[in-house]
Design a binder for this molecule. Structure first.
Ligand SMILES: Nc1ncnc2c1ncn2[C@@H]1O[C@H](COP(=O)(O)OP(=O)(O)OP(=O)(O)O)[C@@H](O)[C@H]1O
Ligand SMILES: O=C(CO)[C@H](O)[C@H](O)COP(=O)(O)O
Length: 406
């Protein structure tokens, strides 16, 4: 059984355990921790809102999601949270500019909150936010480690509206902590804390098309300023962000289509899901026959395809000297409900029932990428993360039972 330890009394803070509002001295009390642990047997009388920590055998599972800005992290997070069945919201009653999203199962923190230099500091020193010198990796490590071990932390907030660091917010240990941003796999100490890691690898052409779509249409930026911002970030992106992909357990690579010769519109995409072999709790998805090499055009009687059609590929490969399986989709779906035909040919999806992938995709048909491989592979990785979490919890429960028997 997991044990939480009372660290301090702090009436103004929220607790990671559900604590009765008051309790008499010498009473034995059971607390359920939000990361799945449980506290028993307190004889302290007193007040509500004690800050407690839940012991290591109720550890939070930590997931890292790396990508450059504007590459679909928020969209991915919304798909992931939905797989667990709840909506994610900023901390209640907190800073309206908080970057954190909390649902029943997951807490997503944005690593921009560990910027050590604010917008003005970066300008003064002439460094970008991608530069490690603009980020506090010691604090990132200490706090992710603490949360993983069941302790609440006071995490800084980087305010994207004002460009300065706001007063911190309390983060209590969830069942699953997702750390998303520019550098989740940069610092070896933080990397070591990750139970699973994902890199969204958006090619320059596609990144440019997405940036234009968002920053011109939604934020009123000019084409020239978007080009200049991408160019200014590129050297640091190449030096500090891109190299993290070699550590990722899964990479979603987004490239221009090969189905339209010399396409420069960037609307039709070729998306590759690169899955590392031999990762604990993670078995790669496969098409038709595990380990074989397959090229498949599913268009025909059961799948409608308008120009330029759809092409799947599956096969083994190596990626930064690691053995991987690659699943690729080029093109886009005309009718999303027909995705069930493709789903029925995929195995190891970690779905709870036949058609769950299609159902998730239909549920969020309005999210960017729902008609192509970006949405499909993000949904599949979401199911894989749920499966990984459930395996870890089951393994811990079995260990606890064994320990109790001994
Ligand atoms: N799969 C996709 N297909 C097409 N466009 C996409 C896709 N994913 C993201 N985009 C585009 O990129 C924009 C940014 O997406 P999103 O907000 O998910 O990225 P982000 O990485 O969280 O960005 P930021 O770090 O800047 O907050 C979207 O508004 C959309 O225009
Ligand atoms: O890369 C980024 C986030 O992923 C931002 O550029 C970084 O956080 C700096 O933010 P701002 O635009 O507020 O100066």
């Amino acid at each position: 059984m997991a044990i939480c330890t009372i660290l301090q009394t702090a009436p103004s803070l929220h607790s990671p355990c559900s604590i009765p509002t008051s309790f008499p001295q010498t009473q034995v009390i059971f607390y359920t921790c939000s990361n799945g642990g449980m506290r028993v047997n307190s004889r302290r009388g007193g007040r509500s809102n004690l800050v407690v920590s839940c012991s290591a055998d109720s550890n939070t599972v930590v997931i890292g999601l790396a990508a450059d800005s504007g590459c679909g992290k928020s969209t991915f997070m919304r798909r992931l949270t939905s797989v667990f069945g709840g909506a994610a919201e900023p901390p209640k009653g907190g800073n309206p500019d908080s970057n954190t999203l909390i649902s029943d199962t997951t807490t997503v923190i944005c690593l921009d909150d560990y910027h050590s230099l604010d917008r003005y500091g970066r300008k003064e020193k002439g460094v970008t936010a991608l530069d490690p010198r603009a980020n506090n990796f010691d604090l990132m490590y200490e706090q992710v480690k603490a949360i993983k071990e069941g302790q609440a932390v006071e995490k800084p907030i980087y305010n994207h509206v004002t460009g300065i660091l706001d007063p911190p917010e309390l983060i209590t240990p969830p069942k699953i902590l997702v750390i998303e941003g520019l550098h989740p796999m940069f610092d070896p100490r933080v990397r070591e804390l990750l139970d699973f890691s994902i890199y969204l690898d958006i090619s320059n052409e596609v990144k440019f098309a997405w940036k234009i779509q968002r920053d011109m249409a939604e934020r009123g930026h000019s084409l020239e300023s978007i080009k200049a911002s991408i160019e200014a970030r590129k050297p640091d992106f190449d030096a500090y962000i891109d190299p993290q992909k070699k550590y990722a357990d899964a990479v979603i690579e987004v490239l221009p289509t090969q189905l339209i010769p010399d396409d420069n519109e960037g609307k039709v995409l070729r998306v590759r899901l690169i899955m590392k072999e031999g990762v604990k709790y993670f078995t790669p998805v496969y098409l038709f026959d595990e380990g074989s090499t397959i090229s498949w055009i599913p268009c025909g009687r059961k799948l409608s395809c308008s120009y330029p059609g759809i092409k799947f590929f599956y096969g083994p490969d190596t990626y930064f000297s690691n053995e991987v399986s690659v699943l690729e989709m080029d093109g886009q779906f005309d009718k999303l409900d027909e995705l069930i035909y493709v789903e029925s040919h995929l195995s190891n999806l970690s779905a709870k029932y036949y058609g769950e992938v299609t159902q998730q995709m239909l549920k969020h048909a309005d999210f960017p990428g729902s008609n192509n491989g970006t949405g499909l592979f993000q949904t599949i990785v979401g199911l894989k993360i749920r499966d990984l979490y459930e395996q870890i919890v089951a393994e811990k429960a079995a260990t606890t039972v064994e320990a109790a028997k001994a």
